[in-house]
Design a protein around this ligand. Structure first.
Ligand code: ADP
Ligand code: MG
Length: 396
């Protein structure tokens, strides 16, 4: 299938061209040091390729939430040094003041980071004046920040209409993986949806039931589904006002031929903390003063068998309160099964979500999945079946 957007392969000769590249440099920092450089590393392929092809590379990114005001604590000048270390090349920092003149001094192959796009109030409003301000600095536009593509901002959406626009390598890889997982997947497809609450993932669940063959529900949200089936979940996290919605989702799944898997054994405790006394019980044996904090081992084994018969897996949300032992057990076990099946070549596995990525790292298998998205909000919106404005704009 040909891609609905252009990539770096379609840019032609870019020697001496000024290329504005939207990246995600919004890294966590503490005491002046980057505490997780995943996002910086994700930009290297695109930025290095453009520089090697002789472009003048101008990186556009936001940093924090300065709310349209310059703020030295949220200056991308703070990220320039760590970014140089990750890229292994010199990086210039360019303030908005006098940006046009400074850009004019750059040579082919130079890399510069422009100041925080959100220092302009119009960035988040996709104000044409801000789009013009950015566009004046470049000849071409590359969007490489899938994680910001769910926002229609000047630097993520507006620019794609103003300059010749291309998807960067990281964007391209992300879109290809997502297409393989949900757009045009090999069946049977399983979805694992976990995490704390049904209410935050209603649209995800509704979208998935019509597309996947197996919907595996875990985490706190499974409690609402169990309650909808008449199970007394005791003191568990449970959105009792959403049991009707849970029922409707299960009905829709039934009609679509999607099998919904709920845990039938669970790990319970009376206290929400690491290593409290626990019991592993059938879901019908949860006491009034107990909380379900993980899926039980029998259910995990059965779910592993489901995955063995699937060709594609898409995963968002941990199966239990994985931050506390021993409630990480189900997530870790199922993640390791998925990783092993991926290694065998029998499963395409795509996962995303802030806590999901943390859980897969905790299980030591993030690099064994086919693709792990660190995009957070954009990944969830994609799982809801929504069109992402930053991606749609690349398609023209
Ligand atoms: P993601 O960030 O990957 O989208 P969520 O934010 O939806 O995932 O959910 C993660 C949270 O869900 C974790 O903090 C985890 O502790 C919590 N959680 C999972 N299972 C349970 C449970 N049974 N009871 C309470 N919290 C749970
Ligand atoms: Mg989360």
């Amino acid at each position: 299938m040909s891609k609905p957007y252009k990539t770096l392969d379609d840019m032609g000769d870019i020697q001496g061209k000024r290329v504005l590249v939207r990246e995600d440099l919004n890294v966590p920092m503490q005491d002046g040091a980057v505490t997780d450089d995943t996002r910086l590393r994700a930009t290297v392929t695109t930025v290095a390729e453009l520089a090697d092809r002789g472009a003048i590379v101008l990186v556009l990114a936001h940093f924090g939430r300065p709310k349209g005001q310059p703020n030295p604590d949220m200056s991308l000048a703070l990220v320039t040094k760590p970014y140089e270390a990750v890229l292994g090349r010199p990086v210039r920092f360019i303030d908005w003041e006098g940006a046009d003149a400074t850009v004019g001094t750059l040579q082919p192959g130079d890399i510069a980071v422009l100041e925080n796009t959100r220092f302009f109030g119009g960035e988040e409003k996709n104000d044409p004046a801000v789009v013009d301000r950015f566009a004046a600095l470049g000849d071409m536009y590359v969007n490489d920040a899938f994680s910001a593509a769910h926002r229609a901002h000047a630097s993520t959406e507006g620019l794609a209409h103003r300059l010749p626009a291309f998807a960067g390598r990281a964007m391209e890889a992300e879109l290809a993986a997502l297409e393989k997982a949900l757009g045009n997947p090999e069946h049977p497809v399983a979805a694992v949806v976990g995490g704390a609450k049904v209410s935050t993932k209603l649209d995800v669940l509704k979208h998935l039931v019509a597309r996947v063959d197996h919907l595996i529900i875990g985490g706190g949200m499974a409690n609402t589904f169990l309650a909808a089936r008449g199970v007394d979940v005791g003191k568990s996290l449970c959105e009792h006002d959403l049991t009707g919605t849970a029922e409707a989702i299960m009905d829709a799944a039934d009609k679509a031929g999607c099998t919904v898997h709920l845990p039938y054994d669970v790990v319970v405790a009376k206290e929400f903390r690491a290593d409290p006394p626990t019991r592993t019980v059938n879901v019908h044996e949860v006491a009034a003063d107990e909380m379900i904090l993980d899926v039980g081992p029998a259910a995990v084994e059965a779910l592993g068998d489901v995955l063995k018969n699937c060709r594609t897996l898409v995963w968002n949300g941990p199966m239990g309160a994985f931050e506390m032992t021993p409630f990480d057990a189900a997530t870790v076990a199922l993640a390791r099964t998925a990783a092993a099946l991926t290694g065998d070549g029998s499963l395409v596995s795509v996962a995303g979500g802030g806590d999901t990525v943390a859980a897969l790292n905790h299980a030591g298998v993030a690099s064994d999945f086919t693709f792990v998205s660190t995009a957070g909000g954009a990944f969830l919106e994609w799982m809801e079946g929504r069109e992402l404005p930053g991606v749609a704009a690349l398609a023209g």
